[in-house]
Write a protein that binds this ligand. Structure first.
Ligand SMILES: [Zn+2]
Length: 282
């Protein structure tokens, strides 16, 4: 699932590659992908792309026609640039922007669900768009102090940090890395954070997201691969030794996601109940 570091590197690499390119034609083979109809997608035809920006986990493709294409990749979408046009049989294609130089910017989605979406908006209407207007402050590069942001919240940190209205950009993968880095339990409540813990958490957010982006800067280039190699240490590593203390990493399984953590570093040695099992046994 693309989160802030993956969306950031996508915006940087694609933005540099497409800036100045002229749009020849556009189409939306994914029936549900384009969520707006006015202005029509063809309003982009003939314009020049100005770049690609990131807002939270959204991509914003700019055009000199005064239009922006706001894209959310959801869990399985990718925005990729190809030297050749998509085959009609590429069933992953959701939205295509064909460039006059022969390249193609393609919103693709893997799997059977169609959840990735795009909205074509007038540039001056972008900030009023609900998806952006409701976003919390950016998690990177300079989030606000987290004590005031999380301190009144009874919800656990794992849920708070993934709530895009609270802080924008973090999802199920990087939240595990951040909480491990800060040595905080995923189930600690926002309201129970000490000032020192809130400070450590903010530093962990900036450090882990920044490190990931730096790794991508060194290792990735256009064309972006279908699967980005996430430099994770804890998430999806349950059963392996903690990279800091060697204790076996544990996991709590929920219906559609898994929390991985180190009991020694984060939960004072406690192994947390598996919520999936405990609910089944009720
Ligand atoms: Zn540990």
């Amino acid at each position: 699932m693309p989160e802030l570091p993956e969306v950031e590197i996508t915006a940087r690499l694609l933005g540099a590659a497409v800036a100045g390119a002229r749009v020849e034609s556009t189409s939306a083979p994914g029936v549900n992908a384009l969520k707006t109809f006015d202005p029509p997608l063809h309003a982009l035809d003939g314009s020049r792309l100005t770049g690609v920006a990131r807002r939270g986990k959204h991509l914003v493709v700019g055009s000199d026609a005064g239009l922006v294409l706001l894209v959310h990749l959801m869990s399985a979408g990718r925005l990729q640039l190809f030297d050749k046009r998509a085959s009609m049989r590429d069933r992953t294609s959701r939205l295509l922007i064909r460039l006059a130089d022969g390249r193609e910017l393609r919103l693709r989605e893997f799997g059977t669900r169609q959840a990735a979406w795009a909205k074509l908006l007038r540039a001056d209407a972008l900030e009023d768009e609900e998806a952006l207007a409701t976003l919390g402050p950016e998690a990177w590069p300079d989030p606000p102090p987290l004590g005031p942001l999380l301190g009144s919240q009874a919800r656990p940190l794992h849920s708070l940090l993934r709530d895009q209205r609270t802080i924008a950009g973090i999802g199920r993968s990087w939240v595990d890395e951040i909480l491990w880095e800060a040595r905080l339990s995923p189930f600690k409540r926002g309201a129970d954070l000490t000032a020192a813990e809130a400070q450590a958490l903010r530093e962990a957010v900036v450090a882990r997201l920044g490190e990931a982006i730096a790794v991508y800067e060194r290792t990735l280039s256009v064309p972006l691969p279908d699967r980005l190699p996430l430099p994770l240490k804890v998430h999806r590593h349950e059963g392996r030794p903690c990279p800091r203390c060697g204790t076996t990493l544990e996991a709590v399984h929920f219906e559609d996601y898994v929390i991985a953590y180190c009991p020694a570093c984060q939960t004072e040695g406690r192994v947390l109940k598996d919520r999936r099992l405990s609910r089944l046994l009720k």
